[in-house]
Design a protein around this ligand. Structure first.
Ligand SMILES: C[S@@+](CC[C@H](N)C(=O)[O-])C[C@H]1O[C@@H](n2cnc3c(N)ncnc32)[C@H](O)[C@@H]1O
Length: 169
């Protein structure tokens, strides 16, 4: 899980505030948990946007499946490491925006690297990968994979968080 509470509305805004979600063709969310970001994404994406959401935990997955019904949404029970495979199964090539709340800092390094590399593979050239973390520990690793990494802090969250905005150009 890697969290003590669902993300706050302030962190939600920091994660999504500057994104062109309504114009995106494909948006991906990794690790939705109780769905705090998923519900906001469904408000912000456009009528034609496809939203692929991947959750590994069976209980979170089942709860979201029961709560959310939207023709734009595909909810998958699986691992973020298989993101490209899920996109392919949906007939989608790459994602314009990837929103991740995966707890990178507590994952073994091989898994952390696989997740971030597979997100980078699945991201379009002009796309954005947005990741929050509670520490700056992931900065170097993200900088190795992406050409540009910008960091903002969000104090109004328990615990306070950092939002990494990563892109290929
Ligand atoms: C810190 S919680 C974030 C929950 C929610 N998005 C929020 O911000 O409050 C991390 C979530 O990532 C999920 N998760 C962990 N590893 C995963 C993986 N490899 N693939 C997909 N989801 C994963 C966990 O089950 C959990 O729901």
């Amino acid at each position: 899980m890697g969290a003590i509470a669902p993300s706050s509305k302030y962190l939600t805004k920091k994660m999504m505030g500057n994104l062109s979600l309504s114009e995106a063709k494909v948006v991906v969310e990794l690790g939705p948990g109780t769905g705090v970001f998923t519900k906001k994404l469904l408000e912000l994406i456009g009528p034609q946007t496809k939203l692929l959401v991947i959750e590994i935990n069976t209980i979170f997955y089942k709860n979201l499946k029961e709560q959310l019904s939207d023709p734009r949404l595909t909810l998958v029970k699986g691992s973020a490491t298989d993101l490209s495979l899920y996109l392919k199964q949906l007939g989608l090539s790459q994602a314009d925006i990837i929103i991740s709340s995966l707890p990178l800092a507590v994952l073994p390094s091989f898994l952390r690297n696989r997740i971030v590399l597979s997100a980078s593979d699945a991201l379009s050239q002009k796309g954005k990968y947005i990741q929050f973390q509670y520490t700056l520990q992931s900065q170097k690793m993200l900088e190795k994979v992406f050409s540009a990494v910008k960091i903002k802090s969000c104090l109004l969250n328990i615990p306070p968080a950092f939002v990494y905005t990563c892109s290929k150009e």
